[in-house]
Design a protein. Structure first.
Length: 177
């Protein structure tokens, strides 16, 4: 029971500072789950994150569910999921109620322009950190660049890119053997 409460409170904290969607959550997850609590490794976190992108639903919620399930089974997954959505859900209700009355004001529009730029910076920082820690050889660099081009330039589904990268990794492993 104590573990379930800890899962809920940890993901409640993460959910409270999760602005900009699942990608902006990655630095928070790294700090809380790897550095502070030691609940997972960077490799495992990236695996959860990749899996969360391939499954239906919101990346942040899926990632919380996977990590919670690892730590506490079914109920751990449920508590982590509930924790990560509690504050955003309440904030969305409050903000939408207020913004609908003030959306037309230039100050509100300008504030959201600034927020979008800050979220882009959070995502860029997470991408750089991920690339530095995971792209370690020429094969990884080529796979990373091809995956980026497939998604960013050609609009390919992330599911196809992740599955293609998995197949490429399997083939590369067989060739190395």
């Amino acid at each position: 029971m104590k573990n379930l409460l800890k899962l809920y409170l940890t993901f409640l904290k993460i959910g409270a500072f999760m602005f900009g969607g699942g990608y902006s959550m990655l630095p928070l997850l790294e700090r809380e789950l790897i550095e502070r609590l030691g609940w997972t490794t960077e490799e495992e976190l990236l695996d959860y994150f990749a899996l969360a992108q391939c499954t239906p639903g919101v990346i942040a919620v899926n990632t919380a569910t996977f990590i919670g399930q690892k730590r506490g089974g079914f109920w751990g997954g449920a508590m982590a999921t509930l924790g990560v959505i509690t504050i955003p859900l309440l904030l969305v209700i409050v903000i939408v109620s207020a913004l609908m009355r003030f959306w037309h004001l230039p100050a509100v529009t300008n504030a959201f322009d600034g927020i979008r730029v800050a979220v882009a910076a959070l995502i860029a920082a997470a991408v750089v950190r991920l690339a530095r820690s995971n792209v370690k050889n020429l094969f990884g660099i080529v796979l990373c660049v091809l995956g980026f081009i497939a998604i960013a330039v050609f609009g390919q589904s992330p599911i196809v890119v992740v599955l293609g990268a998995a197949v490429a990794g399997l083939v590369a492993g067989r060739i190395r053997r």
